[in-house]
Every structure is written in structure tokens, then in C-alpha cells.
Design a binder for this molecule. Structure first.
Ligand code: UD1
Ligand code: CA
Length: 460
């Protein structure tokens, strides 16, 4: 039997982050911290999720507002983990069966481990099943107290533990599977007579044992999974582990990472097989990269769709762009939002594009700015071409027809249209529309003054 709901405790501020942003909204591998246990809960079958928020509850709510299966329960004062759960139970009214209880600051927890937890919970017919781990340095965690037969008896917090209890190396992860009816029946019995004057959720373990309601435990195979993030050192450590997992999956699916330790891929980014990624690349957000692509070093791609066999050369930056097959970009090109490149387009070094559609086979090989433009097929844009799209108040459009040849150092003062198969002479400032099949030339005629330089030096 699988669970249908999860509670995620995330009301704490996270003081040790030394941040104006609440801890659970700090990002790891492209997801807010809270998004990781949330995804794990989903993987284990929980489709109704209640997040207990307190500090910056509005921001937490805002961050997950697009997802209608996530509800927020407000815990205005943080009086302990038991109190946090009691603040949220009303959100699960009418639901029976079991619920996962997670912490918002354990981003390394996997769906597979939660599945093991719920399987054990069901197999044991327990009221409470706790996920534990064996740690070399258990200090700070609650300890799992077992009897001589190895059965879990209770959990004791660090601050309340006797020296013998402090020697126990099995710790409470703060992650549980609990029977909802048991929770509802007993949560009101928690007291706060302890070293921290808090309502401890962990006391439910002792209550389950006393009530003979059934209590079980699962030891995590990998103790990293229960690691809580409290400061920026742990944030970086956890992010590195998450990236490792993402990169491992990419490599197993046929992507070559020249140096996986220096490849930064957000959760959810898709990359096709036989794509080669050099060190220093950063792939972010809602990005898809096709098959057989090459991403040279230090390429940054955010929210882009890139088709097959695209070559992104050193140092290029792309955001919200759509790139078709067999396109070549860079080195050091900048594709800004709304750049749409059709097949076989070539964008060379120091070229910037924004809100541009470039037709099949067109080229802008060097030092060019193309903004608010429609460029047809097989167009050549010469070195140093600029679309002058902004008059200080508004943006205007440049339209360049199929087969146009734009010479070097041309300014196109928008709004302006160049008809198909025309030629714009080098150095021309285009201020009027150019009809198809025409030559446009606008240069100050050249004057040569014979011997001018000789005379000047005689006078000197
Ligand atoms: C808790 C456990 C401890 C376990 C440890 C694992 C209790 C009493 N102790 O201790 O056995 O080893 O987690 O990390 O449960 N939270 C709220 N509201 C509150 C208090 C906490 O939402 O009033 C949230 C926090 O934001 C956090 C989680 O619950 O996400 C755990 O709280 P924390 O204060 O870190 O618990 P610990 O004292 O570390
Ligand atoms: Ca803690």
C-alpha cells in the first residue's frame, strides 16, 4: 500500500544560513530546497502535500502556487515539530491511511528510500515508522533507543539524553510514516516538559510503544540522504551530491561529460544521447538539448530548446532561445530571449540576438547586433551590422527578405524592410525600405587628395 499524503515541516527560519531568504527557498541544482523532499514524496506516491510554513510563509506559498496539489498550513509560532504537525492536520481531514512526515531541509532524501519506509510501515502494520541512520558523529540528533531485542522504544533528543543515550550512534532523521488516525488520536497528548520546552513530534514513538500501536524503523542505506542543510557549507555540499546524481543519470543515458565534477545541470534539464559537454557548462531551468550536440566549455544555457547536432562554442550565453538542427553558435555569442534560429543558421563570435527569427541557412558571422528582426532564408549579415531598433522610446522592427546580402558595417534604422535578394553595400546606413532585387548604397563619396600628406609634412 502506498501513501497518498505528505506533511513537510518548513516553518523554521534557518538562522545559520545568515540570509534574508528563508532556508527552504535556497536553491540547489535548480530547485528550491523544499522542492527536493517534495519531489521525493511524490515519487513515493504522495499526491496531496501540505507544507507547514511559518517564517516567510507568503514567499513559500508564492513559490509553489502553480501547483494546486500543494497546500500551506501556517504555524505562526514555532513551538516544536509536534506543534507543527498539529497545525497542519486539519488540512488532511477526511483522509485515512498513512502520511509521510518530512523536513523541508533534507534535499538528499530519495523517493526510493521513502518507498522503503512506507513498505516497512505497511508490512509491520505499524502506527509509526521512523527513518533512521547510523552516524559516526551523531551529536545534535535525536537518538533511537532500542530494547535488548532491538525493538524501538523511544527517541531522545540530544539535549535530554543521558550519557549512555548520547553514546547511541543510531539517529532520528526526522522523517516518518505515520497512521493518520493514530496521529489524530494522540497528537494532543504531547507535552513540552523537556530541555527545549518544545512539543516534540518524536514523543509519538514512545506513545505508540506504550499504546501497543506498533512502531517500526528503517535504517537508511546511505546516511547522506538524511543530511539536513543548516548553513551554506552544507548547502554547497548537498548541491554537489545532487549534481553528481543528475550527471550520473545523464552519463548513463548516453551523454558524454568531459569532466562531470565541473558540469552544472539543473534538475529537469533534458539532454539527448551522444551530446558532448565540456567543463564549465551551466544548463539551467526548463532547457532541452538534443542529440549529437557539442557544448564547448563555459557555455550557459537557460530556458532554451536546442535541437540535434547544434554546436555551442566556448563562452556562449543563451536564454529563452529556440535553436533548430545543425546550427552553430559562438564562440562568445549572446542569444537573448525570443531568439529563434532555424536549421543551419550560423551565429559567429560577438554576435548578440534578441527577438529575432533567422531563416534556414542564414549567417551572422561576426560582431553584430540583431534585435526585433525577421531575417529570411540564406541571408548573409556582414560583420558589424547593427539593427537600430530603439529610438529612445519604442522598439521598431527590421525585416530582411530571403537571399539578402548585407555588407559589413551596415546600420538598419528600424522600422525598415529590405526586399528579397537585395544587396546592401558595406558601410550603408539604411533609413528607407529597399525593394527586392536592388542595390542599396548610402555612403559619403570618397575624395582622394593627391600628395596631401606630403604637403602636410613639408609645412610642419
Ligand atoms: C528534529 C528531531 C530530531 C532529529 C532531527 C533531524 C524533534 C523533537 N527532533 O530535531 O530527533 O534528529 O530533527 O534533523 O522533532 N519545524 C517546524 N516548526 C517547528 C519546529 C521545527 O516547522 O516548530 C521544522 C523545521 O523548519 C525543520 C524541521 O521541522 O524543517 C526540523 O526542525 P529542527 O528544529 O531542525 O529539529 P531538530 O531540533 O533538529
Ligand atoms: Ca535541526
Amino acid at each position: 500500500m502506498s501513501v497518498s499524503a505528505a506533511l513537510i515541516l518548513a516553518a523554521g527560519k534557518g538562522t545559520r544560513m545568515k540570509s534574508s531568504l528563508v532556508k527552504v527557498l535556497h536553491e540547489l541544482a535548480g530547485r528550491p530546497m523544499l522542492g527536493w523532499p517534495l519531489a521525493a514524496a511524490r515519487e513515493a506516491g504522495a499526491d496531496q502535500i501540505v507544507v507547514v510554513a511559518g517564517h516567510q510563509a507568503d514567499q513559500v506559498q508564492e513559490c509553489f502556487s502553480a501547483d494546486t496539489h500543494i497546500r500551506i498550513a501556517l504555524q505562526e509560532e514555532q513551538l516544536g515539530t509536534g506543534h507543527a504537525v498539529s497545525c497542519s492536520l486539519s488540512q488532511l481531514d477526511g483522509l485515512t491511511g498513512s502520511v509521510l512526515i518530512l523536513c523541508g531541509d533534507t534535499p538528499l532524501l530519495t523517493g526510493a528510500t521513502l518507498q522503503r519506509l512506507t513498505d516497512e510501515h505497511t508490512a509491520a502494520g505499524a502506527a509509526v515508522t521512523v527513518l533512521t541512520a547510523k552516524l559516526d558523529r551523531p551529536f545534535g540528533y535525536g537518538r533511537i533507543v532500542r530494547d535488548s531485542e532491538g525493538r524501538v522504544r523511544r527517541i531522545v533528543e540530544q539535549k535530554d539524553a543521558s550519557p549512555e543515550e548520547q553514546a547511541i550512534d543510531e539517529v532520528n532523521s526526522g522523517i516518518y510514516c505515520m497512521d493518520l488516525n493514530f496521529l489524530r488520536a494522540h497528537i494532543g497528548r504531547l507535552g513540552s516538559e523537556n530541555a527545549q520546552n518544545e512539543y516534540y513530534l518524536t514523543d509519538l514513538v514512545g506513545i505508540a510503544v506504550a499504546e501497543h500501536a506498533g512502531c517500526s524503523a528503517v535504517v537508511a542505506d546511505d546516511s547522506d540522504e538524511i543530511m539536513g542543510v543548516n548553513d551554506r557549507v552544507q548547502l554547497a555540499h548537498a548541491a554537489r551530491i545532487l549534481r553528481k546524481r543528475i550527471n550520473l543519470q545523464l552519463m548513463l543515458s548516453g551523454v558524454t561529460l568531459v569532466d562531470p565534477d565541473q558540469t552544472y545541470v539543473d534538475a529537469g534539464v533534458r539532454v539527448g544521447s551522444d551530446t558532448v559537454i565540456w567543463p564549465g557548462c551551466v544548463l539551467r531551468g526548463n532547457t532541452t538539448i538534443g542529440s549529437g550536440c557539442e557544448l564547448e566549455s563555459n557555455v550557459q544555457v537557460t530556458d532554451c530548446t536546442i535541437a540535434d547536432r547544434v554546436h555551442l562554442k566556448v563562452g556562449s550565453v543563451l536564454s529563452e532561445a529556440q535553436v533548430s538542427e545543425d546550427v552553430s553558435i559562438g564562440p562568445m555569442a549572446h542569444l537573448r530571449p525570443g531568439s529563434v534560429l532555424q536549421a543551419h543558421v550560423k551565429i559567429g563570435n560577438f554576435v548578440e540576438t534578441k527577438k529575432v527569427v533567422m531563416g534556414v541557412g542564414s549567417k551572422a558571422s561576426h560582431l553584430t547586433y540583431l534585435g526585433d528582426a525577421e531575417v529570411g532564408k540564406e541571408v548573409n549579415i556582414g560583420c558589424g551590422t547593427i539593427t537600430c531598433n530603439y529610438d529612445g522610446k519604442r522598439k521598431h522592427k527590421t525585416v530582411i527578405g530571403d537571399g539578402v546580402f548585407v555588407g559589413s558595417d551596415v546600420q538598419l534604422v528600424a522600422p525598415v524592410t529590405v526586399g528579397a535578394n537585395s544587396l546592401i553595400a558595406a558601410g550603408t546606413t539604411v533609413t528607407r525600405d529597399v525593394p527586392p532585387d536592388s542595390l542599396a548604397i548610402a555612403r559619403t563619396p570618397q575624395v582622394n587628395k593627391d600628395g596631401w600628406c606630403l604637403k602636410k609634412s613639408e609645412n610642419a
